[in-house]
Design a protein around this ligand. Structure first.
Ligand SMILES: [Zn+2]
Length: 487
């Protein structure tokens, strides 16, 4: 039964009706249907969704008048698919912008990590809920409709498990449900402090798990029946933080995507070579049958042959440009990854920014600075000469596997996630429609996405979210409490 309400666009740009979840058809003057359609942008697009919030029909060249006759919800701006944020540690949002003073003679990833642990030790379950809710709301406004939560902050501050060992995990589920963002929850295997250690450091006590714990957690989360927007996979903190035997037993029985931090730091690569004789990505490729379930987070310090082995396997590299810049990790070889055909996704990781446009911008600019050249991500020899479009297409496709989704995008069978672009945004004024993504990524500042759909529901409309006031207040209170003892 068609229940949509037609709304005519006005000069101010974005228009959504009050039909909410009851609206089952949308019409957009332009929509990104992805490289697979042969043409990224299509005009006059009508999208229909089924009752469970998945696209059931996508038609192009449907005149506005016909859409109005069919009582579609008419959008005032171009439509993009939602973007998966493939790597998040929600609690680190409490740390964003607050690690920018040098405390030691040499400040690097490892000194940052010590400070981050002090924050991790201070966060209660309710504070995690407050921080995650604020973060997830910001992620929606930054154009993400799904987040992969690499979750290792499990136990009470003294290291003892909560009565329900998944107390902290459920806080993330509650936050995602409150905000309306999709969530892939990845309990993390974390059992030692280094390649040659047998236990964790004392300040890692909240993270301690083994393979059996992670598998049980994954099964409990997977049974969570609250929403089609929550699913589960597993994660391995890193090769340094989990033994080969534990990784094997986890991987053998795990369901869903498998995420692992790998080759983020040169020191970690050197230690891996020293202990195993292999570089981290080499070690993974030789010891496990990598495939599209595997998400190699960072994969910053890799050789050409490692890139090619990842590409052949179908595994995905998850790049976190702003965090890698913030932590001084180094830059990866973007064009090598792209040209090898590797699946790529992006993550905001420590959340120093919460907008995928900033991630793509910094990813490309890091390469330009390094190589003293322009449009590194583009491929003039193919139909992908537009830097932002090539990056967006690869990241949109790669994020699906990271989130354990069979299909993604504005395509039949995919979850009905979408972002409405405001054509009245300053950066887009006077820009030809075909250059929309170019200007969104490479002309800033960007305006938040004010209309965001997840699983067929408008979770943000007209820049408003129904719980934004209470979420901001709870976050402010949590931050004051967390930072009371941090100085
Ligand atoms: Zn991470």
């Amino acid at each position: 039964m068609e229940t949509g309400v037609s709304v005519s666009p006005t000069d101010s740009g974005i228009h959504v009706d009050t039909g909410g979840a009851a609206t089952r058809r949308l019409w957009a003057p332009m929509a990104w249907l992805g490289a697979g359609s042969g043409q990224s942008w299509e005009s006059n697009v009508l999208l229909e969704m089924d009752a469970s919030g998945f696209w059931s029909n996508v038609a192009t060249q449907v005149p506005r008048e016909e859409a109005q006759r069919q009582r579609c919800q008419v959008l005032g701006g171009p439509l993009l698919p939602g973007v998966v944020n493939a790597h998040s540690h929600a609690f680190q949002r409490a740390f964003a912008g607050l690690a920018e003073r040098r405390e030691t003679e040499h400040d690097d990833f490892w000194s940052w990590r010590d400070r981050m642990y002090r924050v991790a030790l201070a966060i209660s379950p309710q504070q995690l809920k407050a921080v995650a809710s604020q973060l997830y709301l910001e992620l929606l406004r930054g154009g993400y409709t799904h987040v992969c939560e690499f979750h290792y902050l499990h136990h009470a501050a003294d290291g003892t498990p909560y009565d329900d060992p998944l107390t902290m995990a459920w806080m993330l589920v509650e936050a995602a449900q409150e905000v309306g963002i999709g969530l892939t929850l990845l309990p993390v295997l974390y059992e030692r402090s280094g390649f040659t250690a047998s236990t964790l450091r004392d300040d890692q006590r909240r993270f301690a798990t083994d393979a059996a714990w992670v598998l049980q957690a994954q099964q409990r989360i997977a049974q969570y029946a609250g929403s089609p927007t929550v699913n589960a996979g597993v994660a391995i903190h890193s090769l340094r933080a989990a033994s080969p035997a534990s990784i094997r037993s986890l991987v053998d029985d795990a369901q869903g995507p498998i995420h692992v931090h790998v080759a983020e730091q040169t020191g970690e690569v050197d230690e891996c070579v020293k202990v195993t004789g292999l570089r981290p990505v080499e070690w993974l490729a030789q010891h496990h049958a990598l495939d599209s379930r595997w998400q190699l987070v960072h994969a910053t310090h890799v050789t050409q042959s490692e890139i090619e082995s990842v590409a052949r396997s179908g595994a995905c590299a998850v790049i976190c440009p702003t965090t890698e810049a913030n932590l001084g990790d180094g830059t990866t070889e973007l064009s090598a990854w792209l040209n090898a055909g590797t699946a790529l996704a992006i993550g905001s990781d420590s959340h120093v920014t919460r907008d995928w446009r900033e991630e793509l911008r910094l990813l490309e600019y890091g390469q330009r600075l390094q190589h003293r050249a322009r449009n590194i991500a583009a491929s003039p020899t193919s139909a992908q000469s537009a830097t932002a479009e090539r990056l967006f297409a690869r990241m949109a496709a790669g994020g699906a596997a990271a989130a354990g989704q069979q299909r993604w995008g504005l395509t039949v069978g995919a979850r009905a996630d979408a972002l409405v672009i405001n054509p009245s945004e300053q950066a887009l004024l006077g820009v030809p429609q075909s250059r929309t993504l170019d200007a969104m990524v490479f002309s800033s500042p960007s305006q938040s996405f004010s209309d965001v759909m997840v699983a067929g529901k408008w979770v943000a409309r007209g820049g408003m979210h129904s719980a934004q006031g209470s979420i901001a207040n709870a976050f402010d209170d949590a931050m004051r409490a967390i930072w009371t003892d941090q100085g």
